[in-house]
Design a protein around this ligand. Structure first.
Ligand SMILES: [Zn+2]
Length: 277
């Protein structure tokens, strides 16, 4: 009889990874590594074969100083947790060599004010779809992300004209203006106020666990706040890639593991191995 494999869940991975347990980290990278690579491929327009060093850099930041940043991540919900890591990952990408030579310009179409105007007056669902299109998602992927047809937002997509027109021409899930886009998302994250919606609340609304009366004021806020709209779409897409992304290879996982200060020395014997010794 072989020892039972440990069944990892989000909660177990979240708890044991901050203790530096190597097996928990393998599960962490197996679960979430593909999400990181997909997010970089879409928002930063970096193909996954080139994105591994960025994911490593993010993991190094997450785990440095005795896992300080990791300890500050949400513990209750996997999607809320992934939404937080997404923010860290996209900031690491923006600060990387890929975007060294791109300076923000005064006339950028991607300021909080201009994007606010672009979205103004639309229902939240249409805003969300428009944000996904600006991020680079094709209509096909948006349909899978949202589980409703993006055709219903056709009228809203007509706003993607002029300097935003490239968002309507994407054939692959890839942002047409990654540097400006990542900079905008960073500004959106920084614009958080005390009125902003906790990630946990967003997850509950996405899961339909909130009554209309509770939901209505939250959705109203999200609809008017680019910080919360980014959190709202980010939680949705991270949850989607968690289910849909292709797994990493063993060698990719080993490479990512190099960035993490896992416990050294012989692994502790499992419960079943102890029974037999
Ligand atoms: Zn807000």
């Amino acid at each position: 009889m072989t020892p039972e494999p440990i069944l990892y869940t989000f909660h177990k991975v979240r708890e044991q990874s901050e203790q530096g347990k190597a097996e928990a980290w393998r599960a962490f990278l197996d679960f979430y590594g593909p999400v990181f690579l997909h997010l970089l491929e879409v928002h930063a327009a970096i193909p996954s074969r080139e994105a591994l060093p960025l994911a490593k850099k993010m993991l190094a930041q997450l785990t440095s100083n005795n896992f300080a940043r990791l300890r500050a991540t949400p513990r209750q919900s996997e999607r809320e947790f992934l939404g937080d890591l997404r923010g860290l990952l996209l900031e690491v990408a923006l600060d990387s060599d890929f975007f060294q030579n791109s300076q923000p310009t005064e006339e950028s179409a991607f300021t909080l004010e201009k994007i606010g105007k672009l979205l103004d007056g639309l229902p939240l669902l249409h805003k969300e779809m428009l944000v996904f299109r600006l991020a680079g998602y094709t209509e096909n992927t948006i349909e899978r992300l949202m589980r409703v047809s993006p055709r219903m937002a056709e009228k809203a997509f007509e706003r993607l004209a002029g300097e935003y027109a490239a968002a309507r021409q994407t054939e692959h899930d890839r942002c047409a203006w990654p540097a400006a886009w990542l900079r905008l998302l960073k500004q959106a994250r920084a614009s958080k106020t005390e009125k902003c919606t906790p990630g946990q609340e967003i997850v509950r609304i996405h899961d339909g666990q909130v009554s209309w009366y509770e939901k209505e004021p939250v959705e109203k806020h999200v609809s008017a706040c680019l910080h919360c709209l980014d959190a709202w779409t980010g939680i949705r897409e991270a949850g989607y890639w968690r289910m849909a992304a292709e797994p990493l290879s063993a060698s990719q996982i080993s490479e990512l593991l190099e960035a993490i200060p896992v416990e050294k020395g012989p692994a502790k014997k499992s419960f079943f191995q102890r029974l037999r010794s």
